[in-house]
Structure formats: C-alpha cells, structure tokens
Design a binder for this molecule. Structure first.
Ligand SMILES: [Zn+2]
Length: 268
C-alpha cells in the first residue's frame, strides 16, 4: 500500500465568511486538524471569483494568498477570476501571478459561464502565458457537450495546462477521448484529471474497475488526487482512492508526484 506523502489538489477553505460551501464552517484550522499526523503534506487552497465584483474577487484571492504565505508551505494558493470580467479578469490574473498564485480556479457551474465562451479561452490563454495551470470544475450535468468543449479549448490553447476536476463525474468514460487524441503528434498531453469527489464516489462500487481502466487509458501520469474538502473528508478520500485498484507506483504518481510536477514552473 502506498504510504508516501500526499498532495490534496482540491480543497475549499472557508476564509472570507461569504465562501462557506458546507453545512458546518470549514476554516483551514479544521482541515489541518483532520490531516495532522497524516501523509497529507500539502494542499491546494481554492477560491472562486464572483462576477462583476472586483472587491470580493480581490478579497478572496488575497485571502488564499495570505493563507498560503502563512502556512509554512502546506497550502498553495489557487486564485480565481471571472471570465466575464474581461480585461479586469486578466489584470487580476496578472496581479495574483506576481503575488505567487500557483494555479487558477474556474468553475462553469458556480460562476455560470459556458466553457465554449471566447472569454474563457482569453483567460486560459493569459494564464498559459503566465505559466499558471487552470483548474476547471469539469462536471456539468446540464451541459452534456462540456467534455468536448474542454477538448476544443485544449486544442485552441496548446500551451495551457488544464486540470479537469471531478473527471466528468459519472460521465468519466468521456475521458477516453484523451487516449485517442494522444495518438496524434500535435497533441501535447497538457490535460490533467483531478479525481476529487468522483474517486470517492465510485470506490467500492461496480464502476471502480471501469474508472481505474479509463484513467489508465488517459495515463496515470495525468491523474491528481484531491478531496474537495469540505464536501469530502480528506483522509477518507485518500483511502477510497487507494481502493480503486491502482498499483503502488501509480498511486505515488496520483497521490503526490503528478501534482508536485504541476507545482514546478513548467514541466509537464
Ligand atoms: Zn470543489
């Protein structure tokens, strides 16, 4: 059983008082209490920018930047902008990049945008220019075409590093498209799959074997563990992912090494 260090690539710490996403408050201290003494050695601190409210966007980004700066390397900041904010979004991205933002978070459902909107490509292109990977929520039950929109986005901006959170949920077999396009010489394989929520959901059930098979087809060098805390318990999530059927070497990549590489300047 893999017992090395773990990077939790997807957590939502409650920081500004208007960003509670679960029934109980979930400040960073609550997460740290859960993972104390566990192999979880690093965690992404995500925020989600509102639309047309630059004061709140700035406050939320500053909160994750401050959390990361004060966490002795435990948290890394995943800031956010709203694509509909246009030039303001790009300017905020420049600002947080200078301040140490590691990844950018975009959420089509919560932020209510279409992945095919040209404004999204503009933000992704700008992030790519800054060397910042973009972590998208990538499960929208009401947008059946969304997986294909991510493929088009990745093809349109080949320099971007895209992380698709939740592996398209129950539509995870759609990820097989990445096995197919990887056969083409022009495909740079700069798409990663964050299995938060979905890994736990499927573990121990009849789809677990299929999920593991699909992720192997995509490449386990492109799969990231995340808990989606507070929506899932990080230690339970790690145990569930360990039950999906991967080898220890695959788990080392999924639980730690792939995320560590995505935290390096740019080494896909
Ligand atoms: Zn999430």
């Amino acid at each position: 059983m893999y017992d090395g260090p773990i990077i939790d690539a997807h957590t939502h710490p409650m920081l500004t008082g208007d960003d509670q996403v679960a029934g109980d408050p979930h400040p960073p201290a609550a997460y740290l209490a859960i993972v104390a003494g566990s192999p979880i050695s690093r965690a992404a601190a995500l925020t989600i920018a509102p639309k047309a409210d630059l004061a709140r966007t700035t406050a939320r980004n500053d909160a994750v930047l401050a959390l990361a700066a004060g966490s002795a390397g435990f948290y890394y900041p995943v800031c956010s902008v709203h694509p509909a904010d246009g030039q303001d979004a790009l300017a905020e991205l420049d600002r947080v990049a200078k301040a140490g933002c590691r990844w950018l978070k975009l959420h089509p459902n919560t932020q209510d945008f279409d992945v095919a909107d040209p404004a999204v490509e503009a933000v992704v292109r700008h992030a790519a220019g800054l060397g910042i990977p973009v972590l998208f929520d990538a499960y929208a039950p009401w947008d059946a075409d969304q997986p294909g929109k991510f493929v088009k986005l990745a093809i349109a901006v080949p320099a971007a590093r895209l992380i698709l959170a939740h592996a398209h949920g129950p539509s995870f077999p759609q990820l097989l498209v990445y096995e197919i396009i990887a056969r083409y010489p022009w495909w740079p394989r700069r798409v990663w799959i964050d299995i938060s929520a979905t890994g736990s959901l499927l573990a121990g059930g009849p789809f677990a074997e299929q999920f593991c098979w699909v992720l192997r087809k995509v490449g386990t060098d492109r799969v990231l563990f995340g808990s989606d805390y507070p929506l899932d318990d990080p230690l339970a999530a790690a145990q569930n992912v360990a039950k999906l059927g991967f080898t220890d070497d695959e788990l080392a990549a999924i639980m730690h090494d792939n995320a560590a590489r995505l935290l390096a300047p740019d080494a896909p």
